[in-house]
Structures are given as C-alpha cells and as structure tokens.
Ligand binder design. Sequence first.
Ligand SMILES: [Zn+2]
Ligand SMILES: [Zn+2]
Length: 302
Amino acid sequence: MASRVVKGGPALTEYLNASKSAEPLFGDVQKHVLAKAQQPSGRRQDVLHPSEIVKSDWCHRSAFHRLRLGAEPPDRLKTTFTRENIFAEGHQTHTKWQTWLTEMGRLAGDWRCAHCGVVFWHETTPTCCHGCSAPATCLTYAEVPLSADPLRIGGKADGYSPRDWALVEIKTLGLGSLRFERPEFLNRFMVGTEEFGPLPDLTRLWRQFRRPLPAAIRQTQLYMYLANHFEDLPTEKTVFIYDFKPTQESKSFTVTYDERFSEPVIEAAATIVDCIETDSAPPCNINGRAGCASCLAFEESK
Ligand SMILES: [Zn+2]
Ligand SMILES: [Zn+2]
C-alpha cells in the first residue's frame, strides 16, 4: 500500500502511538484505520447536518463558513482510533437491526444497486433492482434521506416503518457516550469498591435508562420535522432501539413528534442561508465578538 500523508496535531500523535504498539499487526491495523479516516469521507460539506445543528454549541458563523467553503478547515480533521472504532461499531449495529427489519418486510427507504448504481425508494423489501432487475443480493439498504433544500439541511434517518408511521433510530449505548452526554446520569450509578475504587453498577444503570439521550431526541425531532414538512413522509413518532454495549441487552422507546421542538434550529438555518445570499457572516452565537474555537478555526486557516 502506498504510504499516506497524515496531518499534524492530535491525529499525528495518535498515529505515532499506534506505531509503538507491542504487536506489529495490531499497530498496523490502527495506523490503517487512522490513515483511512484522513481520506475524504463522502459526507457532504455543502449542507447542514442535523446531528451538528442540534448541538448546544453549534456556531452559526462556523456553519456559514463551512457552507461557503464546502469543506471543513484542515485542522478539524482529527480523530482517534477509539473514536473510529466507536463509529464502525455503530454502523455494524445499524446493519444488524436493518437486516432483521428487512427480513420482516417492515423497512421502507432507499435501496442502492451494486450492479447498476441506481438508488430507488421502496416501501417494503424489494425482490430485485428497479433499474436493471438485478437480484436482491445486489441491493443494500441506503436508509431514509431527509433534506430541506431551501434551508440547506441534509441528513439520513436509520429507517422508516410505514405500518407504524414511524422513523426508526438505532443507537448503541456505551459508557463513553454516557460520560460525554449525560455524566450526571452515569454518576448516579457509581459505587465505591474497596479494591478498584468507584465503578458503575451496569445492571442498575441499564434498568434505569428510560429515555433516549437529549441530543438524540433533538436530532430525531428535526428528522420528523423534515419528513413531515419537506419529504412528504408522514411521521407521527420515532421508534428508538438501543443496544447496550457492556451486556448486549437492548430496549426501545417511542418519541412523539412535536414540531415546536425544531423551530429554533429551522429559523437559524434560514438566517444562515440568508447570510450566504448576501455574503455577510452572521455573528458567533457561542462566544460573541471574540468568536469560538469552531468559527475561529475557519478564520485562522484563511
Ligand atoms: Zn440495478
Ligand atoms: Zn463561533
């Protein structure tokens, strides 16, 4: 394999740490995954991603710069092996549940044909390609595209169940995501042990996990808004399926559509689109005139 250039910063540190691994094969896999993460992901940079715009630290000024540039600033391309490992695991979990739902004929969405490249919508499991009649083995599920072109928002839900008028969201729950998103929830289940210090009581934590994480609710409310207002996909609710990483147990929740939830981000997206038309950057809504790390990354890399 040709050697690849890995950019400096945290990514380089991570890359060098991988080279130090005791087992060369293991170190090589980590280097391979990190080098792969530096390649363009195919993730569109000319649209606002729902996962990003529902975050409490979403900077409007930074979004303006990215849409105008059509790319992230160079120093934003940083990752770690663990982060990439979490992403890959998340994809595997999606595929597992989507395969089961497909076998049941309960999953609608886009399907992509490996033979002719066509992408088509189908309400149940297709038996062959609509473009070239290739057999179903050539088809992969391409999920549920949800966009609002006038607002330049583009995303994808994990599934749609026509019989339930419901979007489907598949999540993995690990200690890492809880530590990041709901540390106060995780802390409630820490118990002091004599030998190892504080450890989470996983059985009790999973039993008490009774609703999706707040960021996941905001994201799916926006998906439902896009489905109902822009995609002609009538949606009353989202069915969440959670896989708990430490024990492989799973459970589901329902979130009912409430369009008021998404009105602030819809308004913000409309403002950003207006700013692009007049080519005047909106102020940073996170840190005022000084700017935040996210918008400064664009302005300093000019
Ligand atoms: Zn085809
Ligand atoms: Zn900012």
